[in-house]
Ligand binder design. Structure first.
Ligand code: GLA
Length: 339
């Protein structure tokens, strides 16, 4: 049995709480943010395992996408442009030379309309034709449901004109409890045979490289701390391929992260063809999060289930276009248990 309650969180924003005996999750109508996920350790200690802010102002000013739904196109589009049915789209350039997470004002900054559903909340938004350069009026919704220890996110969208689309959630997890300095004692496995190497602006080169024999081989659980030292650059910020282009829509077991000291385990499964594994490399201690904690590099991990970045400019990547009459539909499950 899931309890669903709502309350005001600032003037125009609501906070919805979904609660079962195992897990409690708070969702904001601003950006569909997952504000908190509280769950027990193996010794029965309840902690919040996602990073974020105590107050609305934090989320309004946030530039790190804490907990938010990202769109219309999550991740990067090279050079802030693409050609769609013969027409060039010019998009916001907000990350080096590229578009990141929908541009200057993404879906994470919209206040969504919320309705209760059985065991959860459905949030919907209409993105107008031409929004940040993207064509078509897009009707988009996400339904969060909590059942036992599993939080489910169901994404749906329909458009009036062909548009690229890629919706994801950008929660930062630390299974030791948010505010813990790093994730070095977490063990991670990602069920991917290949990953996408990137150029120096973080755009995939187009190569789909086997993980075998590389630091990106996470098929068997590895301790993150030592493995981070083997990865080139500041840490993981890479797409792992879960499905090949043209593979049928199917939900797949994606990743498992375990924090042995607390016994907490997060398991993720998704219908999306990829997952961006990001180890919070860009958190630098400058922003002040929940209870004033300064979040540093590697103080969390993200498992952003999504399509492959820059797919709209790469014919060999999974299709990222939504056409009129089609329905965009994806699901991601997050399960919080203990060993
Ligand atoms: C994604 C990107 C990262 C970074 C974060 C937000 O994970 O891949 O490079 O931009 O979002 O800070």
């Amino acid at each position: 049995m899931t309890q669903v309650t709502r309350e005001h969180f600032g003037e125009n924003v609501e906070k919805w709480t979904l609660q079962t005996p195992q897990v409690s999750a708070e969702i904001l109508t601003l950006g569909c943010v997952i504000k908190s996920v509280s769950c027990q350790s193996k010794d029965g200690q309840v902690d919040d395992v996602v990073l974020g802010y105590d107050h609305l102002e934090g989320y309004v000013a946030d530039r790190r996408y804490f907990g938010a739904l990202v769109g219309r196109v999550a991740n990067r589009i090279a050079g802030g442009r693409c050609v769609l049915e013969g027409t060039e789209l010019r998009l916001d350039v907000n990350n080096g030379p590229n578009t990141l997470h929908g541009g200057l004002i993404g879906f994470n900054k919209a206040v969504w309309h919320a309705e209760p559903v059985n065991g959860g909340v459905c949030l919907s938004h209409v993105s107008p034709d031409g929004d940040r350069g993207f064509p078509g009026e897009l009707h988009v919704s996400i339904t969060y449901r909590l059942q036992g220890e599993t939080l489910t996110a169901n994404y749906e969208a329909q458009t009036t004109k062909t548009t690229p689309i890629n919706l994801s959630n950008h929660s930062y997890f630390n299974l030791a409890g948010q505010g813990t300095a790093d994730i070095y004692d977490h063990e991670v496995s990602i069920n991917a045979q290949s990953y996408l190497p990137v150029d120096d602006t973080m755009i995939p080169t187009g190569e789909v490289r086997a993980v075998e024999g590389t630091p990106f081989d996470l098929r068997k659980a590895v301790l993150i701390g030592p493995r981070l030292k083997e990865v080139p650059g500041p840490g993981f910020d890479h797409t792992f391929c879960l499905a090949s282009p043209g593979d049928p829509w199917k939900e797949r077991h994606t990743a498992r992260v375990c924090h042995p000291p607390s016994g907490r385990v997060l398991e993720v499964s998704t219908s999306q063809p990829g997952v961006q594994f990001y180890t919070a490399n860009f958190l630098d201690g400058s922003l002040s999060g929940k209870a004033g904690v300064r979040y540093g590099p590697h103080s969390a991990f993200c498992l952003e289930t999504q399509n492959w970045p820059d797919a709209v400019n790469k014919a060999s990547f999974p299709d990222s276009l939504l056409r009129p009459g089609e329905k965009y539909q994806h699901v991601t499950h997050y399960t919080f248990t203990t060993i």
